[in-house]
Design a protein around this ligand. Structure first.
Ligand code: TXA
Ligand code: MG
Length: 322
């Protein structure tokens, strides 16, 4: 049974506010992917997020803020984090910072950690948070282990029987989740590549990002994530008949004419465009019924790092799902 109402951003504000005030969850568009949002200060609302997603465990969530003042009440900003926030917010950068005492954030948001992931989204989400006057906890609006939704229709198809409202802002412009960076003692660690290229953060901060797992950290702890139903074969130079093809750029892999379905992430070889199309095209090829989606090589520079990260997770053996 589908409960969810879908309302366009222009007509959804009052309904979204009423649901959030009542401790319910709402799916909202952000510039990266759709988020499943609940009041970050309300434990019942946060629990409903986990329930709706069917998360296998309580991963810490990103708290979304409306402005720097709200962010500053929640976490400690040293000069480096302030500079990153001023440069990239609102936008697809999440900063993991030390929490301030008595900040009102429910501990379920942070899974009891003393750090918190913060981000200021563009568009409807930012306005909604400002109107609510409280931060919103929001993971991507998909059931656990599934591809992140970049359209309201994809959210409704996945979570529509578990939530009441999907706010429709059209296809999300970035198409990939935010880049997550931990700031600690003036040092930056990349926890998850995403919608802002690591190079851009390095240019502003004047330092190389450290990489690699550090403790609990980002969703990549689950090797298999973003998984479509079909299996994925990466860096395909040749297409076997019966496979679907996720292409990139102008040159086609050998045998591409035999693919049961083809989507090109970016004909022009533009990684930004490819990021925007990634999840929707994986879903479309999955619906073709092919047992395997072959993926042409994608370069690693700029947003290519995040795209390859998601593809590797989508291709990981499914028994790695925790
Ligand atoms: O673009 C995005 O970031 C989207 C939109 C909706 O904002 N959100 C998103 O949330 O991707 P989610 O929950 O799917 O991924 C956030 C990840 C979590 O998996 C978690 O591992 C990491 O952020 N995270 C949250 N708090 C953290 C913390 N205190 N330390 C380290 N990692 C943290
Ligand atoms: Mg997610």
């Amino acid at each position: 049974m589908n409960l969810a109402e879908i309302l366009a951003v222009g007509e959804a504000m009052e309904r979204a506010l009423a649901l959030l005030e009542g401790g319910d969850v709402v799916a909202i568009p952000t510039e990266t992917v759709y988020g499943l949002a609940g009041d970050a200060t309300n434990g019942v609302a946060v629990a409903r997020i986990f329930e709706a997603k069917g998360r296998p465990r309580f991963n810490p969530l990103i708290a979304h803020v409306a402005d720097l003042a709200m962010a500053g009440r929640i976490a400690d900003f040293d000069p480096l984090s302030a500079k990153l926030a001023e440069t990239f917010w609102p936008g697809p950068l999440t900063l993991v910072l030390q929490q301030r005492a008595e900040n009102g954030i429910h501990p379920l948001v942070t899974a009891g950690l003393d750090t918190i992931a913060l981000r200021m989204p563009r568009g409807f989400g930012g306005e909604l948070i400002a109107r609510l006057g409280r931060p919103l906890a929001a993971p991507s609006a998909n059931s656990s282990g599934k591809i992140s939704a970049t359209t309201a229709e994809a959210v409704a198809a996945d979570l529509g029987d578990r939530i009441r409202l999907v706010v429709d802002g059209g296809a999300t412009p970035v198409g990939l989740e935010s880049t997550i960076v931990k700031v600690e003692d003036g040092r930056l660690t990349l926890l998850r590549p995403g919608g802002i290229a690591a190079e851009d953060i390095e240019a502003v901060s004047g330092q190389k990002l450290m990489r690699g797992a550090a403790g609990i950290e980002a969703p990549g702890m689950l090797a298999s994530h973003y998984a479509p139903g079909a299996s994925m074969r990466l860096n395909a130079g040749k297409i076997a008949s019966g496979e679907a093809l996720l292409a990139f750029g102008r040159d086609r892999a050998e045998g591409w004419q035999d693919a049961v379905a083809v989507r090109n992430l970016s004909e022009a070889g533009d990684l930004r465009e490819a990021a925007t199309n990634l999840f929707a095209y994986m879903q479309a090829l999955d619906r073709s019924g092919a047992a395997t989606i072959a993926v042409e090589p994608i370069p690693f520079d700029g947003l290519g790092e995040a795209i390859n990260d998601r593809l590797v997770r989508a291709a990981a053996p499914r028994d790695k799902i925790a």
